[in-house]
Design a protein around this ligand. Structure first.
Ligand SMILES: *[C@@H]1O[C@H](CO)[C@@H](O)[C@H](O)[C@H]1NC(C)=O
Ligand SMILES: *[C@@H]1O[C@H](CO)[C@@H](O)[C@H](O)[C@H]1NC(C)=O
Ligand SMILES: *[C@@H]1O[C@H](CO)[C@@H](O)[C@H](O)[C@H]1NC(C)=O
Ligand SMILES: *[C@@H]1O[C@H](CO)[C@@H](O)[C@H](O)[C@H]1NC(C)=O
Ligand SMILES: *[C@@H]1O[C@H](CO)[C@@H](O)[C@H](O)[C@H]1NC(C)=O
Ligand SMILES: *[C@@H]1O[C@H](CO)[C@@H](O)[C@H](O)[C@H]1NC(C)=O
Length: 637
């Protein structure tokens, strides 16, 4: 049959070749079926996170309407000639039948793949395109006359993502796209160079883990970090290499249109660091012919000795996400605050020692290209201070894969991206709970996407993390988790009447009280809220801007306004909710010494402080017996 032979021909060619070498003619009237993307969002208790903009392009049927007179020219052809991993390209385009719904998709690799896609999606014909664009923008975005003149230009920012790029013009809007034309290719001078280092606290206080991404596998080059103190001898530390395949993904779109080769993820452990010393480092790959590929140079300051008395500052937030600085992907209304949060932290980076991002990292939701974009966005932070992450529903949840919640919030990633793109000092990176010490702080980071209740492995971990800290050395004890195990007036939690994740604090509040956790932080609800020091639903002390004397109870803080669309508060006013802010922001903790801690909530829009409190106390104040924390004493002398 004519049609099937036409189709057989087409699948043997790449789409790019068909268009660029004119084979498209025989395809002119052929209806092409894009992959069907199942709705990837669930609307349980999960807060409004909006819709991943790339998922809007998932249309069931797309006509192929190549127009020989239309064109897109992209330049410069070679990017990153000065070694940079991000550069702006200019597109110039023309189409004789323009409309305001025309849009441009950025594809990488440029030669978008027309081979048979995974059998996961229902379709009548093999789809022509197996991959979503890495981003998109309307053709009229900066050329307001485009719909009249058919001529336009656009500037887009590209980052080095291990492959070349092409740009395709579509008419018919996102819901009924017709492919009109494809541009020339552009590429970074070396697409495989090591990029986007992210630091993490290692398993011990004097170890820093460096994780990065490259295009060099272990059969091509040896990865390592070259590092040392300024002016001192340079050391080389070996790196391990991980990657994963489409088969590691648990479902669509991560396994289908959202799939993109993640390249290689390398981690090196820089050991035996001297406390507080500044180190320089760069990422290296030694090719087997003896030549070296280097990243640019970076530096970090080693962590303080646990218990050390010195100024120590930690920034905490959840649910930040990513956004495109060039305005692409629906004008950034998916995580509207994320760039502001990122920029404010960069601005204050000289006064920040560590960052903790408690889950809902980049909301790739199965569009894997977005993880590169995120690691590029945070590079100025993560390459300089440890960037510690927690696991959220958007990293982990997928039905039938062991997540505590059976929703589809991870878009099929089921934790693999978060566990491989970032290092955390967990015993098992698939079980995302860990403890990390920074000077006078102990952080116990729980994983709400796995069960935390008594009798579980995680409960044992939480108890051990809280009970094993020496408060004379580390007076500041902090608990963190993605979902709100403590208290939140978020509208959904309010509707449930629980003001918490079901089964949250019931099983944990005794531990927080007994071990005198100073502050518990949560994300998931996209706003800011602070409680009074509270135990068993009752304020043990009135909320204030200054606490002193013996520990009374834990203060609970929701700091989920890192960037994703804001969540409203329940109209029900509780006695324990002290400060609420419907805006984007983050918290900064400053430990001045063993007896003075400053808590500040800053807005991402201006970096100024909108809520704050201090805790002043002595060591003996933590030893005092409070409800549920009294240890046995004897009358014997
Ligand atoms: C450009 O196109 C978008 C999407 O169709 C539309 O919402 C917007 O109003 C258009 N802008 C101009 C200046 O026409
Ligand atoms: C297209 O994808 C298939 C299956 O994933 C792969 O085997 C093939 O090498 C890819 N082709 C190109 C040109 O990338
Ligand atoms: C080693 O291989 C790389 C990549 O193929 C090449 O650019 C480089 O010039 C080679 N170096 C030597 C010393 O042959
Ligand atoms: C909080 O303040 C109110 C009014 O000043 C007072 O009546 C109440 O006893 C205080 N509660 C606590 C727990 O200190
Ligand atoms: C701790 O730091 C605070 C705030 O800077 C200061 O007021 C206090 O005197 C310091 N205490 C000690 C014991 O150094
Ligand atoms: C980001 O910051 C700018 C500058 O302060 C502000 O005008 C803008 O409203 C902020 N954006 C969001 C989404 O808060």
């Amino acid at each position: 049959m004519m049609l099937s032979s036409c189709f057989t021909n087409s699948t043997s060619q790449s789409l790019w070749e068909m268009i660029c070498f004119g084979f498209w003619g025989m395809m002119r009237y052929f209806v092409v079926f894009f992959l069907v993307i199942a709705s990837i969002f669930s609307y349980g208790v999960a807060m409004h996170s909006g819709e991943q903009p790339l998922s809007r392009i998932a249309i069931h049927r797309t006509t192929f309407a190549i127009d020989g007179s239309a064109y897109i020219k992209a330049y410069p052809l070679v990017l990153g000639l000065k070694g940079q991993s991000s550069e702006w390209v200019t597109l110039e385009y023309s189409y004789s039948n323009p409309s305001n719904s025309d849009w441009i998709g950025v594809f990488s690799p440029a030669n978008f793949n027309d081979s048979t896609c995974e059998q996961e999606n229902e379709r009548e014909f093999p789809p022509l395109l197996c991959t979503a664009p890495i981003k998109y923008q309307y053709a009229n975005y900066t050329s307001h006359e485009y719909s009249r003149t058919g001529k336009g230009s656009l500037k887009l920012q590209l980052i080095n993502q291990r492959a070349d790029f092409s740009f395709a013009l579509f008419s018919g809007g996102l819901s009924n796209p017709k492919l009109i034309t494809v541009s020339n290719r552009v590429a970074f001078a070396n697409p495989k160079v090591p990029v986007y280092p992210r630091l993490s606290q290692g398993k011990s206080w004097n170890e820093m883990a460096v994780t990065w991404t490259s295009g060099y596998g272990i059969d091509e080059a040896v990865p390592f970090v070259e590092w040392g103190v300024q002016g001192g001898p340079k050391m080389h530390s070996p790196a391990g290499t991980l990657t994963f395949s489409r088969n590691s993904m648990c479902g669509s779109p991560a396994r289908t249109v959202g799939w993109r080769d993640p390249g290689f993820l390398h981690t090196s452990f820089l050991k035996d660091l001297w406390p507080n010393i500044k180190y320089k480092y760069r990422l290296g790959h030694r090719l087997f012919n003896g030549s070296y590929i280097w990243s640019q140079s970076y530096s970090f300051k080693a962590s303080p000795y646990p218990g050390q008395d010195s100024l120590q500052r930690v920034v905490i937030f959840g649910d930040m996400g990513k956004a495109e600085a060039d305005g692409s992907n629906e004008y950034n209304n998916f995580q509207p605050g994320s760039l502001n949060t990122t920029y404010q932290i960069i601005k204050d980076l000289n006064n920040v020692d560590m960052v903790i991002h408690i889950g809902d990292i980049c909301y790739a939701n199965g569009y894997i290209s977005q993880w590169d974009q995120f690691t590029s966005q945070i590079e100025p932070i993560a390459s300089v201070v440890p960037y510690m992450i927690g696991s959220g529903n958007h990293e982990r949840d997928w039905p039938g894969t062991g997540s505590f919640y059976g929703n589809k919030d991870s878009g099929g990633e089921c934790g693999v991206l978060a566990e491989t793109m970032f290092y955390v000092p967990a015993e098992n990176r698939a079980k995302f709970w860990y403890s990390t010490d920074y000077g006078m702080f102990r952080f116990c980071i729980a994983d709400t996407e796995h069960d935390w209740r008594p009798g579980t492995e995680q409960y044992k971990f939480i108890k051990h993390c809280l009970s094993s800290v020496d408060r004379q050395k580390q007076p500041w004890l902090i608990f963190l988790s993605h979902r709100v195990l403590g208290y939140s007036s978020g509208v959904y939690y309010g509707l449930e009447g629980s003001f918490e994740e079901p089964m949250g604090r019931e099983s944990l509040q005794e531990l927080w009280q007994k071990y005198k956790v100073d502050i518990a932080f949560y994300g998931h609800v996209h706003n800011y809220e602070r409680t009074c020091p509270i135990y068993q639903n009752t304020c043990v002390r009135n909320a204030s801007h200054h606490y002193s004397g013996p520990f009374a109870a834990t203060t609970h803080v929701v700091v989920g306004g890192g960037g994703a669309s804001l969540s409203t508060f329940s109209p029900v006013r509780t006695l324990w909710s002290y400060f609420q802010d419907f805006d984007f922001g983050f918290v900064k903790l400053t430990a001045f010494n063993h007896s003075s801690l400053l808590f500040e909530y800053k807005k991402s829009s201006d970096g100024r402080v909108y809520d704050h409190f201090t805790i002043s106390r002595d060591y003996r104040d933590i030893l005092v017996c409070t409800v549920d924390s009294c240890s046995r004493t004897t009358l014997a002398t």
